[in-house]
Design a protein around this ligand. Sequence first.
Ligand SMILES: [Fe+2]
Ligand SMILES: [Fe+2]
Length: 276
Amino acid sequence: MASPVRKTCAVTFSIEDYTRITGKLDVEGVDFDSFAPQPLDAATLRCLRYMHDVEHHTICYLRDLLVTRVHRDPEITTFLTFWSFEEYWHGEAIGRVLEAHGEAGGVRRIAPMRARLGRRDRLGPVTSMLSSALTGEFTAVHMTWGAINEWSTQAGYARLAAKARHPVLTDLLRRIMRQEGRHIDFYSSEARKRLARSRTAQRMTRLALRRFWTPVGAGVMPKPEVDFLITHLFDDDEGREAAARIDRRIDGLPGLEGLGLARRALERYHWDPSLN
Ligand SMILES: [Fe+2]
Ligand SMILES: [Fe+2]
């Protein structure tokens, strides 16, 4: 049977190719021991704690998603199966960097994080189920949301590598970013296709993004951590250009011009060193 190739004007994504190449992040040759004599700076470690926790939260995000109409599309659920597996290993790899600095990584960080998540997290599946039931175009909204989050994540890793200037961290983040690139291809091709065929999908997605979108992790991480990460990675010339690039990518999706989500996030989340 022919491979189910999903074609758009921007990206061609084959779910069969993806299931063939997906895998545990390859960390062969990454010299985690090099962090002992050449440790990362405090700001980089603070960002890595955030990224570790958010990568490991993917499975909870998946829990909320599978109770929605998204689960009806078998190609999407195939993608989500391997996507969640890959994100797990991103979290584990970052956990090894934290452990190389004498900090907790993996379950020793995840368990207390899960414990402090409150009612909003426990209600996640209910909120998603209701949103899906009330929104006929929920899958288009979610695919677009996923594309924006993957664009932002990849930009965040690129900015962290550039700011930290540590060759071993750069190597590790580049490996993670290669997999994030495939996540981008899937979500953005799905979003483009679904938005292009329905004005209602465009309207619903614009409304949802304008009213509810927050940067990756902002729903589960403490506000000072979100403020710090965004200010550290994006509040300089290169960072603002990276944020503008995310906005231009969103502008390129059918019917989503002019939302300015990344620019507005930079205005909304600002770290004040006197408060931390
Ligand atoms: Fe990831
Ligand atoms: Fe990803």
